[in-house]
Design a protein around this ligand. Structure first.
Ligand code: NIG
Ligand code: FE
Length: 402
């Protein structure tokens, strides 16, 4: 059999299989039809492949998965950032009609092409840092037309960029200034959700369930409808305050709950029981200078599969490089390095229901692989400010680097 690609003599293959990193010291990977065909010890003899890639001195890892971003947006919040550094709070700015709503204004103003070009540029940068799968939320439109505009941008990008894109509808991100909140909640439930589901524009529905956004009861109504429409559900939960979001995520059978820095012990236990994936967003903690930290110790004790994402957006995290988010996970949240790396690979895949396809190096999975110019896997997080990604392979094809 002639294989498509033979990656030879990697110094380490970080498979992410098993409980830890599943590191193979020295080995080869053989790819066929866009998928991993074999993972084996060094210097596989007798393999006929169309292309051979010499990985001597390189560490191989699965492509990184950013399971929580808001990367289609207009405008900038640089002035808001400056105000925050003068002492104003993120929540206070949001309550005064700035924050998310200022990005809503700019996003409504932007044309499809403007949003597309900008998002494509961010995705290119992310690719250079090893991100091969990206979840992207809407939520800066807040009218049917503007939410559909964002989701259509994601759909068009998915056909053009190398990465796999996973679209999430976040119509319930904020109440738009021109509407009363109950009126808007009804609009999301009765108009937007059926339209988005009918057009197949989103795989998941997310709600910002928090003290400055939607209440627990509103979130329940919106996500119940989403479930009825057959969509997967996610929650921004317990970031600014504990409003019972973690418990609600468990009750509703959400695939994941994100932020969680204020989540109660009871909420986390309920999530663990229900199998909800906790998504940590430590780059947001860094960018917002949040003092609260997620209860990693309890999540660890409960055996929860902690995922780590960038939360890339103009207001609460301008971080788009997953190795930096992983470093924040280690340095701020106290993750071990294997936890941080599993967080941006296999556990991130779980948060978007893709762990059968991506997130680890295993025969049968898509060949989304990274070759790192590094002496050992620890360097990815240790040298977080240095981009060690040498080659990016997506579905068996080199899309960046060699
Ligand atoms: O995940 N928390 C809500 N949404 C985003 C913030 C978006 C913004 O500030 O524009 C987040 O942090
Ligand atoms: Fe977010």
């Amino acid at each position: 059999m002639i294989f498509d690609l033979h990656i030879r003599n990697a110094s380490q293959i970080v498979t992410m299989e098993g409980d830890g990193l599943g590191v193979i010291e020295g080995g080869d990977i053989i790819i066929h039809d866009g998928k991993i065909s074999q993972v084996c010890g060094a210097d596989k003899k007798g393999c006929n492949a169309e292309q051979v890639l010499d990985a001597a001195g390189k560490v191989v890892m699965p492509g990184f998965i950013d399971c929580h971003t808001h990367l289609v947006f207009g405008g900038s919040r640089a002035q808001e950032f400056a105000r925050r550094m003068e002492g104003e709070g993120y929540a206070d700015i949001a309550r005064e009609g700035g924050g998310i709503l200022s990005t809503v204004k700019a996003t409504r103003h932007a044309t499809f092409e403007e949003l597309y070009d900008r998002a494509a540029a961010w995705l290119r940068l992310m690719l250079h840092w090893g991100t091969t799968t990206v979840e992207i939320k809407s939520g800066y439109g807040l009218t049917l037309a503007d939410e559909l505009k964002q989701l259509s941008v994601i759909r068009s990008l998915a056909q053009e960029v190398p990465q796999t894109l996973v679209p999430t509808f976040l119509g319930a991100h904020a109440v738009p200034p021109e509407m009363k909140r109950e009126e808007y909640v009804k609009e999301v439930i009765n108009l937007m959700l059926p339209e988005v589901a009918g057009k197949g524009l989103a795989e998941f529905v997310d709600v910002f369930c928090d003290s400055i956004a939607f209440t627990n009861a509103e979130t329940r109504r919106i996500l119940t409808k989403a479930r009825e429409l057959g969509m997967g559900i996610k929650l921004h939960a317990d970031e600014i305050a504990d409003t019972g979001g973690a418990k609600l995520a468990a009750e509703l059978g959400a695939i994941s709950a994100e932020h969680l820095v204020k989540a109660s012990e009871e909420g986390l236990r309920a999530m663990a029981q229900a199998g909800v994936v906790p998504v940590l967003l430590p780059a947001t903690t860094f960018f917002l200078r949040e003092e609260a930290r997620p209860n990693v110790k309890l999540m660890r004790e409960l055996g929860m599969p902690m995922a780590v994402a960038t939360d890339f957006n103009p207001g609460s995290s301008t971080v788009y490089a997953l190795p930096f988010a992983a470093a924040c996970g280690a340095l701020l949240d106290g993750l071990t390095l294997p936890e941080a790396l599993r967080g941006i690979t296999i556990n991130a895949a779980r948060a978007i229901g893709m762990h059968d396809k991506v997130g680890s190096i295993k025969p049968g999975k898509y060949a989304d692989l990274l070759l790192l110019d590094a002496d050992s896997w620890e360097e990815l997080v240790y040298l977080f400010n240095h981009n060690s990604i040498h080659t990016v392979i997506k579905n068996g094809e080199v899309v960046c680097g060699v």
